[in-house]
Write a protein that binds this ligand. Structure first.
Ligand code: 5RP
Length: 291
């Protein structure tokens, strides 16, 4: 056990100094095997180094929440505008056309719903992920939750072992517990713990001081959108995260609960891949909404 009475806040973040990539476009991924790099290159665009992932795995936790009641009607029309799809195997098999030809980041854990506290998770057999031609698997990690922290870190660890065996990148999804401070210190800790335990991608939340969270995480970070915001604010969130060094977004509600989901995912794409300013992206959203 480390001396917990002398945990000093980090100071040397090297903000503005890019981590060396050594011949591969994604940070921390240069030493991975070919299959891993191929899968990561299907998720992240090698030209921009970024990805717009469309998350619609919410049903595994929340049931048929607003926007995912009928995935065939609400989500399928958005697929062509996403770089990667994030969903569960049930929805993938039932509703996502295999002809979509989009990489899938498969939600690989289960065992928690909104009716209970965070609880024990079961992790998908990686063979099923391979069978589904997943480009990555996603596993939740509840850093700071006394009941489930150790178990979810062990889940991530096991998923990384399987991922190495099958060439499947693993995305560590940082959970936000009810009592945890949602600040750069917490997200910096959670993201780093995921990376230290072998995650190839980390999904977390944008916060003030996010450049430090990104700088200290040696693998690409994507941000969740979180609760539905007005469109301009959601575009600002995406823009700020990209400016701080995020490699993309894995957004759900701010896309599929938008008044115009197609316009919104296209505007988010312009922010992520072209660095479009939020006001211009909002203009783009309004123009597309009215076409
Ligand atoms: C939950 C998830 C969701 O996919 C994630 O929260 C993204 O969706 P949203 O942008 O709606 O927050 O990983 O653990």
């Amino acid at each position: 056990m480390a001396d917990l009475d002398d945990i000093r806040d980090g100071k040397e973040y090297g903000i503005g100094v890019a981590q060396k990539a050594d011949g591969f476009f994604l940070k921390g991924s240069a030493n991975l095997d070919w299959g891993m790099k191929d899968r990561l290159s299907r998720i992240f665009n090698p030209q921009t180094g970024k990805a717009v992932m469309l998350a619609f795995d919410h049903g595994f936790l929340m049931g048929p929440t607003s926007g995912v009641e009928r995935i065939d009607l609400s989500i399928v029309p958005l697929i062509e505008y996403a770089d990667c799809l994030m969903c569960t195997r049930g929805i993938l098999r039932a509703l996502v056309p295999p002809t979509s030809r989009k990489p899938v980041c498969l939600r690989a854990d289960a065992g928690t719903t909104i009716l209970t506290e965070m609880n024990d998770n079961v992790v998908l057999d990686p063979v099923d992920a391979v069978r589904l031609n997943a480009a990555a698997i996603a596993v939740m990690v509840a850093v700071g939750d006394p009941e489930t922290e150790a178990l979810t870190i062990a889940n991530l660890y096991g998923a990384v072992d399987s991922g190495q065996e099958y060439g499947l990148p693993v995305m560590g999804v940082t959970a936000v517990g009810k009592d945890m401070a949602r600040d750069a210190r917490y997200f910096g800790l959670a993201a780093r713990v995921c990376a230290e335990n072998g995650a190839n991608i980390v999904k977390t939340y944008y916060t003030e001081g996010f450049e430090k969270v990104v700088a200290c995480c040696p693998v690409p970070i994507v941000i969740a959108g979180g609760k539905k915001l007005p469109e301009l604010e959601a575009l600002e969130l995406a823009h700020n995260a990209i400016q701080c060094g995020a490699a993309g977004v894995d957004m759900g509600r701010n896309v599929f609960q938008s008044e115009s989901p197609v316009a919104m995912i296209r505007a988010v794409g312009a922010v992520v891949h072209q660095g479009m300013k939020p006001k211009d992206a909002f203009q783009l959203f309004n123009d597309l909404k009215n076409t």
